[in-house]
Each structure stands twice: as structure tokens, then as C-alpha cells.
Design a protein around this ligand. Sequence first.
Ligand SMILES: [Zn+2]
Length: 285
Amino acid sequence: MAKKGAAPWVGAHVGGGIANALARAEAIGATAIQLFGSSPRSWRATMPSVDAAKAFRAAREKSAVRAVFLHAAYLVNLASVSPDMYAFSTQSLIDHLKIAEMIGAEGLIFHLGSGKGGDREEAFAREIVAIKKILAAVPGKTKLIMENTAGGGGKIGASIEDVARIYHAVGAERLQVCYDTAHGFEAGLVEEYTPATVKKLFDAWESAVGMDALAAIHTNDSKTRSGSHHDQHENIGEGYIGLRGFVALAHEARLREKPWILEVPGFDNEGPDKKNIDILTNCFT
Ligand SMILES: [Zn+2]
């Protein structure tokens, strides 16, 4: 049952790196955040200094932020047919997971990538081997979190079955899942989010991986239609999912205690803003 009156964890992807993320979160009223631990456009990760990591942990103690996630570099593709791309991707995730551990983040969220140009079974095998290697290379508490995708182009992770297959093959408590509302919609998991389709969808997630494995909800409207396989985020209520869709999602009791992270363009095109946070927060009432 949803806890009536409990404030939802509504948060956002924030820019500015480790030094500025918490202040930016506070400025828009976010109680959960996602940030890049290092440049998302580079293979090479820059590790924060021990002092910077310590400062982040201390600032977090005093802030209203209750959950912190890192997002992996855009280039990462553990399903890649290219041995170089595969090796760079594995190392990049090891480095970013180390940063997550250093700053005490709940986890590192990454996209499963695409096995385009190769055999799909082999792509799954590559994913599983790499994920085991990454977890073994970074001991600790921080989670490695796979995100569902919009599909298309040989992408892995567009279906609940894809995600569950990797989850069970790796079989590690530190491997978790992030559900992206836009990606699920674009992948065609639902034609629209209604109380009935949301229940059915999360019944399926629950039986596939269990609700404890769901670490966060990436909360995005979509510029494209259901089943488009075209990943384009939109501000909450401005896309094809629409406000009614988010009201249906917000009223699913199993999602109530999860961190909801916005990755939307923002009404001024400067990233997730207070207006999106307020609109989403209102969906819970
Ligand atoms: Zn996402």
C-alpha cells in the first residue's frame, strides 16, 4: 500500500559535477539526484580527489537529497561487437563505479547497449561476462544498475525479458534495474500508461526481477509515440505519455517509495527544472 502523506522522492539529473550537484538539486527542490561522476563524453574517467569525495559526503549529510545515482558515459556499450569498444566500455564502467563508491552513491546507472552487426546470443554473453567483471573489480556497496532501452538497432534491454535474463545470469545482489518511463513507452511495453496497464507492467517486472531490484525510475515524457523505438525525452505532461500517464504511474503503490529521477529537457531547455519537479510532485496527490 502507498503510504499516504509520505513525500515522494522526486529528483533530477543535475549538471555541474560532484562539486555543484547538491547545490543545484537544492535550487530546484530535488530530493534525489543523478549526475555524471566524470565526463560522459570521454572514455577516460577523471577520479575525484579524496578530499572532493569527502566534501560531497559531508555536504550530502546536510542536504535534503536522500538518494544519489551516477550515470555512466554515453559511449558505453557492453554488447558491442568491437573488441576495443567492449574493453573501453568495461573499463569505463569500472572507473565510474569506483567514483560512485568513493562518493557514497547508491549506484551507477548504465545503458545495456547494442549488439548491432553481430549475433544476439553472443551480445548477451558479452554483457554478462562484463558485468561480472565490473562488479568483481569494484568491491563495496554501490550498485550497478541496468536501464531499460527504447529498443531498435540491435539494442539490448528493450524488453523485461532482456533485463531479467541478464539479471538472473549475473545473479549478484549488487546488480539492479532502473525503469525509464519514456524508454518503456517508446519500446512499446505499453500503448499508454493507465492504472490497468501500469499494474500489469509492474506485475511483470515484479515477477521477472522483484521490486527490490528496482533501484530508481527515470521519469521522462516522450516526444515520440509508443513503439517508436526512438528515444527522445520530453518535459512531464508535454509529450505522448501526458499528465494522465504520470498520474497513473505515481499512483502505483509499488513505485511510491522509489526515487523518481527526471532527465527532461526543461522548460527553458536547461535541463530538469523546478517546474518539472512540481508538475511530477502534483501527480502523486
Ligand atoms: Zn534514462
